[in-house]
Design a protein around this ligand. Structure first.
Ligand code: SAM
Length: 478
């Protein structure tokens, strides 16, 4: 399919744009595959839960030909695209398939923000979760990440990917950007990976070419303004806004920078880039706002644009946590039942929401209550499970979390058996004990089984199970 002439014309004159190279890279059919490893899961504690960490080989699924992505701590290019859905490690949250340019968010965050401090971070347009899982890996354990997605069905995928990544300091919400107006002066960092006209993904998603139009670029520009205007009050004074798109169009990139600086008290923040990375620094025509554009013929990655701003001043509103909440602290008895399931020494507060118990970092109590009071929450922290009598019925999220007790009894499956488990089929194993048992693959937790006297029940979540049988899926989630 031909690239739209109006797009090519509109890009002429943009710093770094080379029409011939642009057309050629789209015609080449070259595909770049990259993954980001979940560092929090590549080290597992010993059975006592402390010290003497055992390093798992992160290269279990990386080949010697995998090359490090230079702007990312844990990102790698793969020499070819495997059929990811048939790798149990992806279902265990050991890594995420993410486009390489997007991983540059790491530089935008660490160059503008002290990530060693406790932060409140909002990822406003978060599904399916690529940027959010990256943010989870970058912030400290005593920081909060609110991952929000406005579209309900996409929020479900975001929740799934967030659970797989395993962090306890995350709240997944499903709300319109205007909802966050209530949280005045609350966040230290807001990431807006905006819905856009998508020209940056044309090489990978050729069908998107036919959907591109100048009118859509204009509509996206207006929507981006509305989204930004809705959340700017929620950014603290001195807080950082990171704005990105996968569009090459100036309207959605530099013009948004100009509009932001005209409309709000913000400074544009330059980033340091290595010349060998091939990223093009731009400045907007009006307010000279810095931006960073990724062209696929200069960078090994897809089209992308990112820019950062610091809020000079803002409201000084403080939000009082509610007196009454949907959440109650778990009782002493419930806490005693659950404690053995958690990694010793993890500073978690247990909460009850209806019958479900969840764990959330103790020091983020105020933040948790505030978000639950103001925004529709799909999941907060780690779902631990339900208490039945004097036992816990553990939740799948606990198995995949980084707070589970490593001493919990586990069974290791070979690849074919692990895939059978992930299809939610019967698994036949000879296990000497009874009760709840973790299923592991290559030392990564995959889920729960319950061993009964005469059978084994598979507790893999019904709606996450692998449906595909043959190797026919080149286009799984990215
Ligand atoms: N950040 C995601 C990641 O890295 O995986 C990708 C986000 S995608 C570029 C933009 C997201 O914005 C989509 O999930 C889309 O559903 C959401 N969106 C669409 N319209 C929106 C709106 N009016 N306000 C907020 N988000 C919107």
């Amino acid at each position: 399919m031909q690239l739209p002439q109006q797009l090519l014309d509109s890009l002429t004159g943009i710093a770094g744009f080379d029409k011939e190279a642009f057309i050629q890279v789209h015609e080449s059919g070259e595909q770049v595959t990259s993954v980001r490893v979940n560092a929090a899961k590549s080290v597992i504690p010993d059975k006592s839960g402390q010290g003497n960490n055992r390093q798992l080989a992160i290269d279990q699924f990386l080949t010697p030909q995998s090359v490090k992505i230079p702007w990312s701590s844990n990102g790698y290019y793969l020499p070819e695209r495997p059929v990811f859905i048939f790798d149990p490690l992806i279902h265990a949250g050991a890594y995420y398939v993410q486009e390489a340019s997007s991983m540059f968010l790491e530089q935008a965050l660490v160059q503008t923000t002290d990530v060693s401090q406790p932060l409140r971070v909002l990822d406003l347009c978060a599904a399916p979760g690529g940027k959010s899982t990256l943010l989870q890996s970058l912030i400290s354990a005593d920081s909060l990440l609110v991952s929000n997605e406005v579209i309900k069905s996409r929020a479900a995928i975001l929740e799934e990917n967030s659970i797989k990544w395993g962090g306890a300091n995350v709240i997944v919400t499903n709300a319109d950007p205007t909802t966050f107006e209530r949280l005045e002066n609350f966040f230290d960092v807001i990431v807006i990976d905006a819905p856009c006209s998508g020209s940056g993904l044309f090489r990978r998603e050729r069908e998107a070419i036919g959907e591109w139009s100048e009118q859509n670029v204009e509509l996206c520009y207006q929507r981006q303004q509305r989204i930004l205007a809705a959340v700017m009050p929620a950014l603290k004074e001195g807080g950082v806004l990171i704005y990105s798109t996968c569009s090459y169009s100036k309207e959605e990139d530099e013009h948004i920078g100009d509009w932001l600086m005209d409309s709000f008290p913000v400074d544009s923040l330059p980033l340091t880039i290595d010349a060998t990375w091939g990223i093009v620094e731009t400045q907007s025509d009006g307010r000279r706002a810095y931006g960073y554009r990724f062209f696929p013929y200069k960078v090994k990655g897809e089209g992308f644009f990112i820019s950062c701003f610091r809020k000079q001043e803002g409201g000084r509103g403080t939000i009082k946590p509610p007196k009454k909440s949907l959440l109650q602290k778990a009782s002493k008895n419930e806490t005693a039942i659950i404690q053995p399931w958690l990694q010793p020494g993890s500073p978690m507060q247990l909460w009850k929401m209806k019958e479900e118990i969840l764990a959330f970092p103790q020091q983020l109590e105020k933040e948790l209550l505030t978000i639950v009071d103001n925004v529709y929450v799909r999941r907060a922290g780690i779902a631990i499970g339900k208490i039945a009598g004097s036992d816990l019925v553990p939740d799948h999220a606990l198995a995949l979390s980084t707070i589970i007790n490593p001493a919990i009894v586990a069974v290791t499956l070979k690849k074919e058996d692990a895939l059978q488990y992930l299809r939610r089929e019967e698994v036949s194993l000879s296990i000497g004990h009874r009760g709840w048992t973790l299923v592991q693959y290559e030392q990564y937790n995959v889920g729960w089984i319950k061993v009964l006297p005469n059978r084994i029940n598979n507790y893999y979540p019904q709606n996450w199970r692998i449906l595909k049988r043959a190797v026919d899926s080149a286009n799984e989630n990215s």
